[in-house]
Ligand binder design. Structure first.
Ligand code: SF4
Ligand code: SF4
Length: 412
């Protein structure tokens, strides 16, 4: 079935019925209560257009789960309702989040609302193998999300290798066509590689926005500053991912946390981190994957009447981050440049487990996490080939560090 036939079938089958029905019935003057009372979270304007986005976007990759690992739809729906009530009306999903269930959940939960009352982003994964595969995935995403269009659409996780694949498959050209046909409103990409590669991608095509990793630790270590500046110089608004670096930046260790508490007794560590990225003027929206209602409520608070960091607070945060870095056993930034390891070692995952142990001192947790590593991916697999070290921007002596961790783990 080609694209045109597919969309015809979708409309005929009523796949977009909630959208059509709500638009027709409610119009803009009769929105549900959740939307009428929206408007607390601060918003930023997309370039000089009428489109605005909440400064905080709801990342749908770490939704609450039930004990069998499936999405806890009841809690997640309540969180979405709460978000919309508070003006947090941008949602970000991807084909692979929750093994495809995130997009389906998004379709289910958001189709209860008028389509124009929220904005939605999703992403073309890197595992499409043919141009037909790209098209098929995109159509599947529209179906899953029960939407006739994406407000923001990204090519997922571009770096040198994925950019080469995208060029070979002519992914950009297909998505550009979708934009012309109204299936995409803004076209961008998410990025994980060095600034040099980012420059190349930015110059190659016309992009409406880009999603990069920015947080208080990676600004320097991961060269996020350079990435942010490349986007800014090229007039490309930045979306931000990993503001808490996968949650690791809310546990900074006793010393660093005391520095922050001494400056502001009330503020949580997470709020410092969010204020850090929100203070950057070219950041349009900060994505946070929230899995608990308390996280959502706290983050909404941070982005309501948002206060950028003062120069004094910047100094305080830099001190805390400096102390945190010193406490790290291995200065790994999880950039993943060292991967893939030919022996299958999960290098950044192992370093992250070890760092957390050294910061928090919880040995039982360290042992449990090491045991939970998939077979064939632990530090004992390292054959000392040295390949990884050639790519590590932190110049970490990776095989030596792995050996140390292996020996520590062996003590039990
Ligand atoms: S030195 Fe060890 S960890 Fe690094 S690439 Fe070789 S086998 Fe993998
Ligand atoms: S070991 Fe080095 S290259 Fe690998 S993730 Fe850590 S910092 Fe990046």
């Amino acid at each position: 079935m080609n694209r045109r036939e597919f969309l015809k079938t979708m409309f005929a089958a009523g796949a977009f019925a909630p959208f059509a029905r709500l638009s027709a019935v409610t119009g803009l003057g009769a929105l549900p209560e959740a939307i009428r009372s929206a408007g607390k979270v601060d918003r930023r304007r997309y370039k000089n257009t009428g489109t605005t986005l909440p400064m905080l976007g709801f990342g749908m990759m770490r939704l609450p789960r039930l004990s069998d690992g499936s999405i806890d739809e009841k809690t997640a729906s309540e969180m979405v309702d709460k978000a919309l009530k508070c003006g947090l009306n941008h949602f970000d999903t991807a084909h692979m989040y929750h093994k495809g269930e995130s997009e389906k959940f998004v379709g289910k939960v958001l189709s209860r609302y008028p389509r124009e009352s929220f904005t939605l982003s999703s992403k073309m994964p890197w595992y499409a193998r043919t141009p037909e595969g790209v098209e098929k995935i995109f159509q599947e995403q529209l179906t899953r999300c029960k939407t006739p269009y994406f407000d923001f659409y990204l090519i997922h996780s571009l770096g040198k290798r994925n950019w080469a694949t995208a060029q070979r498959l002519k992914t950009y050209e297909f998505l550009e066509r979708m934009k012309k046909e109204g299936r995409i409103r803004h076209l961008g990409f998410s990025f994980h590689d060095k600034p040099e590669v980012l420059k190349e991608i930015v110059k190659a095509k016309k992009w409406d926005f880009a999603l990069i990793q920015v947080n208080a630790l990676d600004w320097k270590n991961y060269r996020s500053k350079e990435q942010y500046e490349i986007l800014t110089e090229n007039g490309i608004p930045a979306f931000v991912m990993e503001p808490l670096r996968g949650g690791s930046l809310v546990r900074l260790g006793k010393h660093a946390e005391t520095i922050l508490k001494n400056s502001n007794k009330e503020a949580s560590v997470a709020s410092w981190m969010f204020r850090y990225v929100g203070s950057l003027p070219n950041v349009l929206c900060v994505f946070s994957g929230m899995s608990r209602m308390e996280h959502l409520e706290e983050n909404i608070k941070t982005f309501t009447d948002f206060k950028p960091l003062t120069p004094e607070e910047r100094t305080t945060l830099a001190l805390a981050i400096g102390s945190y870095e010193k406490g790290l056993a291995v200065p790994c930034t999880a950039c993943r440049y060292c991967l893939p390891c030919p022996a299958g070692v999960r290098i950044p995952a192992i370093f992250s487990i070890y760092n957390e142990y050294k910061l928090q001192g919880n040995r039982a947790e360290f042992l449990a996490k090491m045991k939970a590593l998939p077979e064939g991916s632990g530090p004992e697999e390292c054959v000392n080939c040295g390949k990884c070290m050639k790519h590590c921007p932190q110049h970490i002596r990776i095989p030596e560090e792995l050996k140390k961790i292996r020996e520590d783990f062996a003590k039990g």
